[in-house]
Design a protein around this ligand. Sequence first.
Ligand code: 13P
Length: 287
Amino acid sequence: MLVSAKDMLTKAKQGHYAVGHFNINNLEWTKAILLTAQELNSPVILGVSEGAGKYMCGFNTVVAMVNAMLDTLKITVPVALHLDHGTYEGAKACIEAGFSSVMFDGSHYPIEENIEKTKELVAVCNKLGLSLEAEVGAIGGEEDGVVGMGECADPDECKMIADLGVTMLAAGIGNMHGKYPANWKGLSFETLAAVQAKTGSLPLVLHGGTGIPADMIRKAIDLGVCKINVNTECQIAFTAAVRKYIEEGKDLQGKGFDPRKLLAPGVEAIKATVKEKMELFGSVDKA
Ligand code: 13P
């Protein structure tokens, strides 16, 4: 059964580790992540962007697929199904469809409007026992066609949003989606420390997990981050493995053209990436 992310993140914050949020794109992705979480006895958050939801034939399809997989694969570790960077309307649609967690990304609105909309969703989520992620300070890079500049959040605005009763808060600290450019200045630990000081025990979320060096990840966890989002790194690993299979001509040998064979190396590559991240984040055996 899907669970809210609240308990797993509260435990992670207290235990000084982070739970991985891994974005899913299809059945293979979902299966690879769930099996790895179960094997490592780790809690996990499956992230679905609105674009990925559309690609997978809508939020209802995603909920049905994930619920059926939890059952069939006998997954017993805590799993949250979470909308990633949702609009207000998208958040409502996911709640309706049966997601156990949603993110409302109001970071591009003026703070008053972000507060207003986040507040409404806090009430809805609290009533239904769902977890809610809010965002202050846009994350840089491109996701679903939206390009942000990698801002540093205002700690006072973070406090205003935290005080609304959200479950977790994503604060921009110079992080970006996708690969980091060569001239990236790194995470702003000064901002993170200031946000943590204002928001206390509230779980903090680090987006753009791809390509952040291990020492920065550890420092971010020390400073209160207990959910880390990873998407691009699984995509790169998956595609490289499938490309290798084709370049080695394996699709031309025997029944190598069978999609189940073609995608198998990609699935293994996702599993290896997720395992590496769970080990780095410290969530192994924390289910
Ligand atoms: P990356 O694609 O950079 O790993 O970021 C993922 C993310 O933050 C999803 O919200």
